[in-house]
Design a protein around this ligand. Structure first.
Ligand code: NDP
Length: 491
């Protein structure tokens, strides 16, 4: 056992060796056996007649059939949105705000049901979907409802006008929350939307159609089309889109930009990240360890701004790693519906294969792998919390986004070295700094090339705070006044 300053850390092994009474969440997710596209305020069958299965990644069992939208369905969605735009865009802001408030309240009313549906479809622990995803989604609608009748204060001296119809494609890591990030600002400004959720996590978006109906949102203001990447390409490339907003991988983001090069399409791109979480020797180490754990193991590490590169100052590296291992032994991996679970299922078999491939590459290149003891569930896609030490900057695990519960550890000696190493990445989405010195925090927040820099905390989100990247992490902002203005026509 690794020594700490006060002697050996107590050996606490949770895993499967310390049984907890099961505490499953039991709210009814009210799933349909088969969903339909939501176009022009109606539930419509895909013209191809094709459906695919959405499965529960924790059990590999089928949950529901999801329609596969083709080009004709995407055309119909854009036609419905274009027709709705004429009336929606001229509605007084206070009226649009009322719809957004209603949506937020309805989502709160049905929060338990949506949390269970999100966990079943995506594999994330119920405590996260219940305490983070669903409440934050509602908060985004509340926040933007507040802006809808106050747009003159968002850009003083300018009259904000909507752009028109917006095409939006979202990923599988925060399905309902990403939908809220995209829809709420677009609607507050008077735009209409065609949105495609990710193939593996379409259920909460399709359930959300029911909330739009209950809120009485005029038909065609929001249209939901489901399918795979091909459907996404039609949504992004449609000539009727005034703007496209995409969240997902840098690779697909680049493909969309190539597809749209030469057009006057407005774009927001929220792409990958490889955030540095930097721990200095004067940091409160126990607090920092909690921040490191939250930074990389939240949502199984399926987080674009995850603190996936730990940069720790050499003098405290051994202590931090010992404390971290001790803390990681307490993480419970298992049934996402159990309220005790810290790490749920990996979202898909394909993502599990990617994580395994990259971790194997890390070991091949010389990194040392450490995982806590404990058995994983026999069924479903699971991966244990993983530490890779002895990582150097050239290793793939220090450069590529793993998008899983895997932390790569590097060390540094000086502040300059920390900044240089943190910025030595193609990405620039987020970073974390742990130190007692305010002046150092100010210096790092200026010199780190990252859209968000958290100080003595990590993964803090608020609808009023803009979020977005530099470099290959994308451009444009979501949230806050800046995110709102990205949905307004240029003056
Ligand atoms: P993708 O970028 O492929 O998927 C994101 C969304 O884009 C999904 O809705 C997807 O649809 C859609 N899409 C796929 N191809 C196209 C296309 N050519 N045109 C338009 N839309 C398209 O991410 P993956 O799901 O493949 O994940 C791969 C990697 O992406 C992860 O390992 C991770 O590194 C990164 N990622 C980053 C995220 C972030 O928040 N920044 C979120 C998710 C992934 P469909 O799901 O149906 O294929």
């Amino acid at each position: 056992m690794a020594p700490t300053r006060r002697g050996p850390a107590p050996r606490l092994i949770f895993g499967d060796l310390w049984p907890f009474d099961p505490a499953p969440e039991t709210a009814d997710p009210k799933l349909a056996d088969r969903y339909q596209l939501f176009i022009g305020g109606r539930y419509v069958r895909p013209r191809s007649g094709q459906y695919f299965d959405s499965i529960n990644p924790a059990t590999e069992r089928r949950l529901a059939s999801i329609p596969r939208a083709g080009a004709a369905d995407v055309n119909a969605a854009y036609a419905a949105a274009t027709a709705a735009f004429r009336r929606w865009s001229v509605l007084p802001g206070r009226e649009r705000g009322k719809y957004l408030f209603r949506i937020a309240r309805l989502l709160q009313d049905r929060a338990r049901e949506f949390a269970v549906a999100e966990t079943l479809d995506g594999g994330k622990p119920i405590k996260e979907s219940r305490d983070f995803d669903v409440p934050m989604a509602a908060a985004h609608f509340f926040y933007h409802a507040g802006w809808a009748d106050k747009l003159e204060y968002a850009a003083p001296g300018r009259t904000l006008r909507p752009l028109g119809v917006v095409g939006q494609v979202i990923p599988w890591n925060f399905p309902l929350l990403m939908l809220a990030w995209k829809l709420a600002p677009a609607l507050a400004l008077g735009n209409c939307v065609v949105l495609k959720p990710a193939e593996t996590t379409s259920i909460t978006a399709l359930k959300f159609a029911g909330i739009l109906e209950d809120a009485g949102l005029p038909p065609g203001v929001v249209n939901l089309v489901t399918g795979a990447g091909e459907t996404g390409a039609w949504v992004m490339g449609h000539p009727a889109a005034a703007k496209v907003a995409f969240t997902g991988s840098t690779e697909v983001g680049k493909a969309i930009m190539r597809q749209l090069a030469g057009t006057d399409r407005r774009m927001t791109m929220e792409l990958g990240g490889k955030a540095a979480n930097i721990v200095f020797d004067d940091a409160p180490l126990d607090q920092a360890v909690e921040g490191i754990v939250n930074g990389i193991f939240f949502n199984q590490g399926h987080v674009c701004c995850a603190g996936s590169r730990l940069l720790v100052q050499e003098g405290v590296a051994a202590r931090v790693i010992a404390k971290l291992k001790n803390r990681m032994r307490m993480l419970r991996v298992g049934d996402p519906l159990d309220k005790n679970t810290d790490l749920g299922a990996i979202n898909s078999a394909a993502q599990l294969a990617t994580i395994r491939r990259l971790v194997a590459a890390g070991e091949r290149e010389g990194a040392e792998l450490w995982q806590p003891e404990g058995r994983l569930p026999a069924q479903g896609y699971f991966f244990p919390p993983t530490l890779l030490t002895g990582v150097t900057q050239s290793h793939r695990v220090a450069r590529e986004e793993i998008f899983g519960p895997v932390l790569s550890v590097l060390t540094f000696r000086t502040v300059d070295e920390a900044i240089e190493k943190a910025n030595n990445t193609a990405y620039g989405l987020s970073a974390g700094v742990w130190t007692d010195k305010g002046s150092r925090i100010l210096r790092l927040s200026t010199e780190l090339k990252a859209g968000v820099v958290w100080a003595n905390t990590f993964n803090r989100f608020d609808p009023s705070s803009p979020f977005g990247g530099y470099k290959e992490s994308g451009f444009g902002r979501e949230g806050g006044r800046q995110g709102l203005l990205d949905y307004a026509a240029r003056a």
